[in-house]
Write a protein that binds this ligand. Structure first.
Ligand code: NAD
Length: 489
């Protein structure tokens, strides 16, 4: 669709498609063919300076815009996404390598998030405080920070654009977004629609570039007021160090190693398909992917067999064939996942299905087959590190105590899923889980509106998702007033 065409070798600064100051470009590759789709600007420090300056200029007017009007613009943005969902889905699917229907799902999630914050924009309030006598008034007011830096990874770029940009804008901030150099196209397309919805120039700027260039320049910039970072734990540490230089508040949403914990009384007809989807959706490249399967021993053999059969039946193919799973996103990701596949058997894990690269069978893309390893030991790298691919590590347990110990034996603390028909046990395990989010008898937050995307431990810390995200993007000011007596007349 012509109005969504993203011009090559450009970035979006102050409402205009702009080349990099030094003319630099980066290719964006199609993971299914390894061929270039198009180029984007290779932004560096000078481009970041321009984007931050544009956001700074735009801030006073945007912060002074009625929150209802900000909400109305966000709602128009959400409506435009719904109207162009197929075009947007194709951008994301081709860029990341996910099936077209996965791209559509992501666009509807992004649209829903923006719509949520459209409604929330004019419902953000402070509190009035008790006073010692009626001669005083005390209250708090939530205020925007100013210019927010948002840095996101490549796996679900549209959802992460919406989840970070929409609450920041709703609260009256302006934004400089740096998408991943690996998959920048759907953030560009969404930003273009935001402008069509009436967002003033400079309120949302998108700078593309490499992490050590544009990313470091943005997170270390002296004129930003808040940083939201979504990505790997290692980069998160670097971002937090950068934030320390200027004492900028930072929100970190990092990696995961999420377990599906399956007790012997679980409804396996519900659990098995959800477990398979949790590690094959987006080729396992999700922060909350269900990459660990902890099963109570009496049903372990049956669960492993059924999960492996389901994984073996997953159909691989390029985005436009719209099958079940696409290739991995990049050569780096392909090499990383194959490293785990080669190492795990040597470390003592039992390969049940998959275990190899699938390149050649489905074209030239970076495909790996969905893989299950059983008899994984907690000390193995496969049990401890984020693979970020369709690779499942299975461990057995005997009873709730051992289940909880295994569940928590990880540096990460993102999501735990508990499968049982015993509601008391489910709630006890949920209470003992050292994670930011728990799902019971489902994978993740299906059916809940505004579920907070909370993190613990090496998965980071955030108040992202739901109404709390508006608090993340505001700073509270406390005001104390003394009411003076005025002479009559
Ligand atoms: P990454 O950390 O390599 O990169 C993320 C972003 O940071 C990219 O835009 C990159 O260009 C930028 N970057 C890299 N180095 C930087 C630096 N020194 N300073 C500033 N920015 C820098 O992660 P990735 O490989 O793109 O994405 C995969 C990771 O993202 C996984 O660990 C996954 O778990 C995580 N993730 C987390 C969530 C969540 O909400 N917790 C969601 C999606 C993905």
């Amino acid at each position: 669709m012509a109005d969504l065409d993203i011009p090559p070798a450009r970035q979006l600064i102050d409402g205009s498609w702009t080349p990099a100051a030094d003319g630099g470009e980066l290719p964006v590759l199609d993971p299914a063919t390894r061929e270039p789709i198009q180029s984007v600007a290779r932004g560096r420090a000078t481009d970041v300076d321009l984007a931050v300056a544009a956001a700074r200029r735009a801030f006073p007017a945007w912060a002074a815009t009625s929150p209802s009007e900000r909400g109305a613009i966000l709602r128009r943005w959400a409506d435009l996404i719904a109207a162009q969902v197929d075009t947007l889905a194709d951008y994301e699917a081709r860029d990341v390598g996910k099936p077209r229907s996965g791209g559509r799902l992501n666009m509807y999630i992004a649209q829903g998030i923006i719509d949520y914050f459209a409604g929330a924009a004019d419902k953000l309030t402070g509190v009035t405080l008790p006073t010692r006598t009626p001669d005083f008034l005390g209250f708090t007011r939530p205020e925007p920070y100013g210019v927010c830096a948002v840095v996101i990874p490549w796996n679900v770029p549209a959802v992460l654009t919406a989840a970070n940009v929409a609450p920041a804008l709703a609260a009256g901030n302006t934004v400089v977004l740096k998408p991943s150099e690996v998959a920048p196209l759907s953030p560009f397309a969404l930003a273009q629609l935001a402008h069509q919805a009436g967002l003033p120039p400079g309120v949302l700027n998108v700078v593309t570039g490499l992490g050590p260039e544009a990313g470091e320049a943005l997170t270390g910039h002296p004129d930003i007021d808040h940083i939201s970072f979504v990505g790997s734990t290692g980069t998160g540490r670097a971002v937090m160090r950068a934030a320390a230089q200027h004492l900028v508040p930072v929100k970190l949403e990092l990696g995961g190693k999420s377990p599906n914990v399956v007790f012997a009384d679980a409804d396996l007809d519900v659990a098995i398909p959800a477990i398979i989807a949790s590690i094959t959706e987006n080729a396992g490249q999700n922060c909350y992917a269900g990459s660990r399967l902890l099963v109570e021993e009496p049903i372990r053999a049956e669960v492993v067999e059924r999960v492996a059969a389901g994984m073996a039946a997953v159909r691989l193919g390029p985005w436009d064939q719209d099958l079940d799973m696409g290739p991995l996103v990049s050569q780096a990701q392909y090499d990383r996942v194959r490293g785990f596949l080669a190492e795990a058997p040597a470390a003592g894990a039992r390969l049940v299905t998959g275990g190899e690269a699938a390149a050649g069978q489905h074209g030239a893309g970076w495909y790996v087959t969905p893989t299950v390893f059983d008899q994984v030991d907690s000390g193995m790298r496969l049990a401890r590190e984020e693979v970020f691919g369709p690779v499942l590590a299975v461990q057995g347990f005997r009873g709730p105590q051992e289940a909880v110990a295994l569940m928590n034996d990880t540096d990460f603390g993102l999501l735990a899923c508990v499968w049982t028909n015993d509601v008391s046990r489910a709630l006890r395990v949920a209470g003992q889980a050292r994670v930011g989010q728990v799902a019971v008898n489902q994978f993740h937050d299906v059916g809940v509106i505004g579920f907070p995307f909370n993190m613990q431990k090496d998965s980071g810390f955030s108040r992202g998702g739901g109404y709390a995200a508006l608090r993340e993007y505001t700073q509270e000011k406390a005001v104390a007033v003394r009411l003076l007596d005025r002479p009559a007349g």
